[in-house]
Design a protein around this ligand. Structure first.
Ligand SMILES: *[C@@H]1O[C@H](CO)[C@@H](O)[C@H](O)[C@H]1NC(C)=O
Ligand SMILES: *[C@@H]1O[C@H](CO)[C@@H](O)[C@H](O)[C@H]1NC(C)=O
Ligand SMILES: *[C@@H]1O[C@H](CO)[C@@H](O)[C@H](O)[C@H]1NC(C)=O
Length: 301
């Protein structure tokens, strides 16, 4: 028995040593790549992956992802859009006024899509939403532990029921416009009868973050009816420093302004995306952040 536990300790020590070496190697690869590849984005991700390639590496995938994401968060600046275009949407509010809006869109990834709509919601709509939600102090802590110890997620959040939104014309049309924008930008046949409530999340303290995760099943297998296929995030308050949204595998780093709406999908044909779906909220360094997240499913059949 004694020799067995000795062996177990030896193996554990070797594994811990591998992790330390793996993280150190990835850290220095990221530093080299930051000077060579520059801005956050695919070139940076490829550079790090080439220098410290997975799986011929000492880190399990979740740790590798987290370290790559941390490196993206640390890079100065943000990713540049691949292209820009305009999007026309018209969603009648409860007053039935059919007014089309032309919106500026920045595309960061084509497929599965990641796109940012500039100036989607005015501050007054965010203020109304917060009022209906009961204010930031009414959110509950959303805290979970991470693979590397420390926090996987540290923020606070709350769901706002659909009927509460529908009681306010401005919020009802916000919902309708978010749906239309998500549908057009993803090209998915999204189900407008959203079963999921809008989620309010706040990152109010320095270090608050949400490490790499998927909103749906990032399993790489066949899509199942009714499951999440896309997400939109409305940024109602952005921090003065940190708090960017990243997509791990292509090291995208998005720096939205207040009122912008991020839309991303994770369905490729009939297959659920894997790594392309993984995203994170970088640690907030200064100022506060609060967002409203909506998840979408496709129509059945
Ligand atoms: C990533 O950064 C967090 C702080 O945001 C840190 O606690 C964690 O250990 C880092 N993870 C890795 C794998 O470097
Ligand atoms: C937006 O509204 C909030 C109140 O909800 C206010 O504190 C903030 O200063 C406003 N921002 C701008 C840019 O008007
Ligand atoms: C849309 O979602 C609702 C709620 O889950 C469901 O009852 C309805 O059948 C779905 N509609 C279609 C066309 O899939």
């Amino acid at each position: 028995m004694r020799s067995l536990s000795f062996l177990a300790r030896l193996l554990a020590a070797a594994a811990a040593n591998d992790l330390t070496r793996g993280l150190a190697a990835l850290g220095s690869a990221a530093e080299n790549c930051a000077t060579r590849a520059g801005a956050a984005g695919l070139d940076f991700a490829r550079c790090v992956q080439d220098a410290a390639s997975y799986p011929n590496f000492l880190l399990p995938r979740p740790l590798f992802d987290e370290a790559l994401r941390n490196a993206s968060c640390r890079l100065p600046g943000a990713s540049r859009a691949l292209r820009r275009h305009t999007l026309d949407i018209s969603a009648g509010g409860s007053d039935c006024s059919e007014q089309a809006r032309r919106l500026d869109v920045e595309v960061f990834r084509e497929h599965p899509p990641v796109a940012l709509i500039k100036g989607f919601a005015p501050n007054a709509t965010c203020a109304r939403l917060l009022l209906v939600a009961g204010g930031l102090d009414s959110l509950s802590p959303a805290v979970a532990r991470g693979v590397a110890g420390g926090f996987y997620r540290r923020s606070s959040s709350k769901n706002v029921a659909n009927h509460e939104l529908d009681a306010h014309p401005a919020l009802q049309s916000l919902r309708a416009e978010m749906f239309l924008a998500a549908k057009q930008l993803t090209g998915y046949s999204l189900n407008s009868t959203s079963p999921e409530p809008l989620n309010i999340a706040a990152y109010r303290n320095p270090g608050d973050e949400y490490r790499p995760h998927c909103d749906g099943r990032c399993s790489g297998d066949r899509h199942r009816p009714g499951e999440r296929v896309a997400t939109s995030i409305l940024y109602c308050q952005v921090p003065t420093e940190g708090g960017h949204t990243t997509f791990t595998h292509d090291a995208l780093k998005i720096a939205p302004s207040e009122g912008d709406l991020l839309v991303f999908g994770y369905l490729i044909g009939q297959t659920m995306a894997r790594g392309e779906a993984e995203h994170s909220a970088c640690p907030v360094l200064a100022g506060g952040k609060w967002i409203a997240t909506q998840w979408y499913a496709e129509e059945n059949g």
